[in-house]
Write a protein that binds this ligand. Structure first.
Ligand SMILES: [Zn+2]
Length: 496
């Protein structure tokens, strides 16, 4: 009876968010509580469905520690978190025949810029050289040399906006069972591409990145590869191995893994120019919006909380007010002081508060408003696709003039409509909706909007990558630097 130890550790950080995160940012559960993911569209949910389909497989759930995207994890937070994760795994590793490591890949901590590499190194040391370890990663993760030296195999997300959480967990679980049952011996070819990419061409359903991902899916399905994917990294996670990279694994066939990885990297490289954010100046977008019927989406990807920004940007609403835009505006902002003032005053009260610039004072100037408290909530919701919980803390809907603003106490993911719905706001009822995510699932906003403007605004996750000031990632790196030639070459990884 194969026994499979399962753990999950996930966070995505922006090095350009001035506010470090801590242990308290993590939602941590241990043991059998992980099985609450059964039936959910998450990696664990997908992996459990595969393992549960095999009566001879026993799952050993150990620990799940997941945090919303944020600034770099503090040294103290990392120390507490890593010790807890490693203790939970160590307590059960002796009983396990194999390990499924459910990771994101874009963590970063003060004093440890490859946290996942550290965890996998320690877990490999505990497990010994022979127990298979398979990991799954978000395509926005940074897969490092140290991580690849510890694992036998991997599965990567194939969709953006992400919808294949469960599918990725299923592919990881099936790969692990193939290693255990059939003795397949993955050899992984890694080709590092010195490019950071952003923009609409990354939408896998419609963009050129999706065309390359479909080749990865094809070679997985037709048996050429055990797994294949193209990771683009989170360009805001400034760590030494930040890059784009192709990862292809085969069953003991290094030549095919290398050939396919080099082929895909060769297709990716010339398309790097297309895969950049195309931004419109805020003033121009507002001038156009004033003449349009709407509804309009103002995408504020520079303050994308799901990529690690603070969420307290008021740049767009301040400019709309300043410009005298008269349509009905719906927006979200992180401002715990304003939310607390609203909760103190109560529904129906009028309060004078400042909005925005709470965390990122270098980028945003607090905006004074006299607002009516329309609604108060506990800030609880569930993500639309994954159905996992969101906790924004005390939340208030404030209205002033033509503006309706959902004010959150905590920085949480805002890549869907969950927080709007949970606070009584229906986006199509407004003329202009601010969305703090580079992309959302099409049906959520774009399907019914007249136009989606990608706004050039300041923020820790701006698509204007040159504006951010990377200092740690390997150089040269497009588009931070000009690179004349690139000759793809593969590094091979395999465990005995
Ligand atoms: Zn992602």
């Amino acid at each position: 009876m194969p026994r499979i130890l399962v753990f999950e550790v996930k966070q995505e950080i922006s090095s350009f968010n001035p506010l470090p995160s801590g242990y308290e940012n993590f939602h941590v559960i241990e043991g059998d509580r992980l099985t609450a993911h059964r039936g959910l569209n998450t990696e664990l949910g997908g992996a459990f469905s595969v393992f549960d389909g095999r009566p001879d497989v026993e799952v050993i759930p150990t620990i799940l520690a997941a945090a919303g995207s944020a600034g770099i994890l503090s040294a103290a937070g990392w120390k507490t978190l890593s010790r807890q994760v490693l203790a939970a795994v160590e307590a059960r590793i002796g009983e396990a025949d194999a390990v499924y490591a459910c990771l994101h890949g874009a963590m970063g901590a003060e004093g440890e810029l490859d946290p996942e590499g550290h965890l996998l190194t320690e877990i490999r040391r505990m497990a010994g050289p022979d127990k298979p370890i398979v990991m799954s990663l978000d395509l926005h993760g940074i897969c490092t040399d140290r991580m690849l030296k510890q694992v036998n195999g991997l599965a990567l997300y194939h969709t953006y906006p992400h919808v294949d959480f469960g599918d990725t967990g299923m592919r990881a679980a099936r790969l692990l069972l193939k290693i255990l049952d059939k003795g397949v011996k993955p050899v992984i070819a890694r080709v590092v591409i010195p490019a950071l990419v952003r923009g609409d061409e990354l939408i896998t359903a419609t963009g050129c990145y999706g065309d390359m991902i479909r080749e990865c899916q094809r070679i997985e399905r037709d048996g050429t590869a055990l797994s294949a994917g193209i990771m683009i990294g989170n360009p805001f996670t400034d760590v030494p191995e930040l890059c784009s990279q192709v990862l292809v694994s085969t069953d003991g066939d290094p030549a095919t893994a290398e050939r396919e990885a080099i082929r895909l990297a060769g297709e990716f490289w010339p398309q790097r120019f297309r895969m950049q954010g195309k931004l419109i100046p805020l003033e121009r977008a507002i001038a156009q919006a004033k003449t349009m019927k709407g509804p309009l989406i103002f995408t504020d990807a520079a303050d994308a909380t799901s990529s690690g920004a603070t969420g307290d940007s008021n740049a767009i609403i301040a400019a709309l007010r300043e410009a005298g835009y008269e349509g009905r505006v719906l927006a979200q902002i992180v401002d715990p002081a304003a939310a607390a003032a609203a909760h103190k005053a109560g529904v129906g009260a009028t309060i004078k508060v400042s909005l925005g610039g709470y965390h990122d004072r270098r980028r945003y100037v607090p905006m004074a408003v006299e607002a009516r408290v329309k609604l108060l909530s506990d800030g609880q919701a569930r993500l639309e696709t994954m159905k996992t919980p969101l906790d924004a803390g005390p939340t208030a809907v404030l209205t002033f003039g033509n503006f309706t603003v959902v004010v959150l106490s905590k920085t949480i993911s805002l890549f869907d409509r969950a927080m709007y719905y949970a606070n009584g706001c229906n986006p199509p009822d407004f003329d202009l909706i601010v969305v703090k995510s580079p992309h959302t699932e099409h049906h959520m906003f774009e399907a019914w909007a007249e136009k989606n403007f990608n706004i050039d605004a300041p923020g820790a996750t701006s698509a204007d990558l040159k504006s951010l000031g990377h200092t740690i990632c390997a150089r040269p790196m497009y588009p931070l630097d000009d690179i004349a030639t690139f000759n793809p070459s593969a590094t091979l990884y395999s465990r005995r």
